[in-house]
Write a protein that binds this ligand. Structure first.
Ligand SMILES: O=P(O)(O)OC[C@H]1O[C@H](OP(=O)(O)OP(=O)(O)O)[C@H](O)[C@@H]1O
Ligand SMILES: Nc1nc2[nH]cnc2c(=O)[nH]1
Length: 127
């Protein structure tokens, strides 16, 4: 996120929410839990959702529905990684970093049982 915003040369504000469906597991529970909501209203504002990874699409679908209901001026999605072969729900990704194969990846913000988010690279469970 810090790397991304440093490369956007526009006036912008950032807000954060937390949802989880994986907990400490490497498989989605299928149930998305809102852990922390946005601090500020988004009504009438252009909004970009920034996701680390889109896997089944369940989390992003939940976010899109939740945020659309708040009537932003526009709602777009940027994701660093996408695993299209795992998709259960089709979701739009307007700006994508990389498509990857089906492997559990971690590092560079992505956790492995809440650890390893601080790795300066992305690696996979198998590798
Ligand atoms: O497309 P999906 O199958 O829904 O998976 C993608 C979601 O999984 C991860 O969140 P997670 O639920 O692990 O929470 P976390 O960010 O706290 O690790 C990741 O940050 C995405 O939000
Ligand atoms: N850390 C991590 N979280 C995920 N959520 C969905 N897929 C993944 C993944 O490959 N790695």
């Amino acid at each position: 996120m810090a790397d991304l915003v440093r490369s956007i040369d526009l006036p912008l504000s950032m807000d954060f929410l937390a949802v989880s469906s994986y907990g400490n597991a490497t498989k989605s529970s299928g149930e998305v839990e809102l852990i922390k909501d946005l601090r500020y209203p988004i009504s009438g504002r252009p909004v970009l959702i920034v996701e680390d990874i889109v896997d089944t699409g369940i989390t992003l679908n939940y976010l899109l529905r939740m945020l659309e209901a708040r009537l932003p001026a526009s709602l777009k999605v940027a994701a660093l990684l996408s695993k299209p072969s795992r998709r259960k729900i089709e979701v739009p990704i307007h700006y994508l970093g990389f498509e990857i194969e089906d492997a559990f990846v971690y590092g560079y913000g992505l956790d492995r049982s809440q650890l390893d988010r601080n790795l300066p690279f992305i690696t996979s469970q198998a590798g």
